[in-house]
Design a protein around this ligand. Structure first.
Ligand code: SF4
Length: 276
């Protein structure tokens, strides 16, 4: 296997903001590095790329990145990002969000950003819990898992955000875990190159709340579990629903280019300027 390219990760970080606040073993740092490496490999300019985040442990990432960044209100990262992209379609707009931020408070924004196929790359750091506020269950917490607000086990059925965004109209959808960091990097890079709405789910470990509440062990054990539970999308195609229960399907799940939103919006502006 070819040696991984040496990427000047520090070039993309606000070193004065470090050390970060994430717990030891948290997966957010791995996901953040995958994003940085993807930005580097695709050659996106730091001056022409805006990173937007909402609220939550994952959303602290925007503060560590040396780009134009916005740390917005809870669930509203995609709403702010939509405004930025519509105002200046030449910008590369990336959203970092978490499962609670994207699927609960910001659920509607996620659906409509996908429906419009607006040129934004959304990376959801899915730790399956609200980590920052002490471990309440989120719309991605598995059924029967424990949380501070589900002391007897979660009775809700979790969303599959990849299926949801695909059904809503996203033109690129992919998933990987922090165990598969290089795959995650490649999938984010492809999402950045897609001209439309790209949704990439990064399954990350939260040893502090999800891991401890569910007796999953430390970060190493949680990542080992991700390895054991993951199934490449090519193999998943031949598996039954029963065989796929509890599995994490990884890889490029959907890529269907279709017209990007801001181009249609520009056409409306041109039409309005010319009259009927
Ligand atoms: S609470 Fe969980 S998600 Fe938040 S920083 Fe700690 S390990 Fe990471």
């Amino acid at each position: 296997m070819a040696a991984a390219e040496k990427v000047p990760v520090k070039r993309y970080l606000r070193l004065a903001k470090l050390p970060h606040i994430w717990c030891p073993g948290c997966g957010h740092g791995i996901a953040l590095q995958a994003l940085i490496r993807a930005i580097h490999s695709t050659g996106l300019s730091q001056d022409n790329t805006v990173i937007v985040s909402g609220i939550g442990c994952s959303s602290r990432a925007s503060g560590y990145l040396d780009f134009d960044t916005l740390h917005t209100t809870h669930g509203r990262a995609l709403a702010f990002a939509t405004g930025i992209k519509v105002a200046n379609p030449d910008l590369n707009v990336v959203v970092i969000t978490g499962d609670g931020d994207a699927a609960a408070i910001g659920g509607n924004h996620l659906i409509h950003a996908a429906r419009r196929n607006i040129g934004i790359t959304c990376v959801c750091f899915n730790n399956t819990i609200y980590g920052m506020t002490s471990g309440q269950y989120s719309p991605l917490t598995p059924t029967d898992a424990y949380a501070t607000t589900a002391p007897y086990g979660n009775i809700d059925t979790p969303f599959d955000l990849c299926e949801l965004t695909k059904a809503a109209g996203a033109s690129y959808v992919a998933r990987a875990t922090t165990y598969h960091a290089r795959l995650l990097e490649k999938l984010i890079a492809k999402g950045l190159q897609n001209d439309g709405f790209s949704f990439i789910e990064a399954v990350v470990q939260c040893p502090t709340y999800f891991g401890r509440k569910n007796k999953l062990g430390d970060a190493f054990r949680m990542m080992k579990l991700m390895q054991e539970r993951s199934v490449p999308v090519s193999k998943a195609a031949a598996m039954t629903a029963e065989e796929l229960a509890g599995k994490i399907v990884i890889g490029e799940l959907w890529h269907r280019p279709r017209p990007e939103y801001t181009k249609a919006y520009d056409a409306v502006i041109a039409k309005a300027g010319g009259g009927r």
